[in-house]
Design a protein around this ligand. Sequence first.
Ligand SMILES: Nc1ncnc2c1ncn2[C@@H]1O[C@H](COP(=O)(O)OP(=O)(O)O)[C@@H](O)[C@H]1O
Ligand SMILES: [Mg+2]
Length: 252
Amino acid sequence: MLALTVENLKKRYKTGTEALKGVSLTIPAGDFFGLLGPNGAGKTTIIGIVTGLVNKTEGLVSVFGHDIDKEPERAKARIGLVGQEVNFNPFEKPFDIVVNQGGYYGIPRSIAIPRAKKLLHDLGIGEKMMQGSMTLSGGMKRRLMIARALIHQPRFLILDEPTAGVDVELRRGMWDYLRSLTADGLTILLTTHYLEEAEQLCKNIAIINKGEIVAKGTMAEILAMHESAESEKSDYRGGRLEEVFIKLTQQK
Ligand SMILES: Nc1ncnc2c1ncn2[C@@H]1O[C@H](COP(=O)(O)OP(=O)(O)O)[C@@H](O)[C@H]1O
Ligand SMILES: [Mg+2]
């Protein structure tokens, strides 16, 4: 079973920018998948198209077998999105933000309320859930967005740079939580700038550069693409993904 199928996806924005030049990738159900690439590579554009926020120019996309053109509502119902930008109303309380999101998916308040409380508690913002969200730290804001994305119990969670601006300690806490979700069968698509993070978390990855996939496969396959003399000489074991990434994208 595939959580996501993307075939020959192309996107040309009105400005003329060719953001995607024929991207194909698949994500098996239950995977922890990393989509990696430098700024401007097209990651957020792919996510926008998959989640129905951006219109594609060409290509096919299906989510758990539901074509996004033919069955957009079914496809959307299976996805939880944590977008790149913090985009909730800071004057609302975390509790209300999460419960109200349930309303968009037709979840009755009697079900949404206990679910929201559990999610906020599990994500470490239980004690802050009745305060204005502007009082939350950067890391807590991200975790609130994860709680909101999970209220309708999607099978596929998409996170666009969720740890950007989150300090190291909190980042690790978030990794543990995300790992526990995949252990329960959730499929995760993550984009990140932190290659060490991807190396630790992701089973399968794709590297995108200038709108084209330049490598895809299991983490082990991608790492094996770069068995450099330097890394064999030294005892240094970290940063192997970073070496492959720099080689393929010609930048940090
Ligand atoms: N709304 C838009 N209008 C025009 N160009 C855009 C828009 N959004 C993104 N782009 C361009 O498309 C390319 C890919 O952007 P994006 O998907 O945001 O990359 P990434 O998320 O990998 O940083 C970039 O050149 C970016 O400037
Ligand atoms: Mg982006």
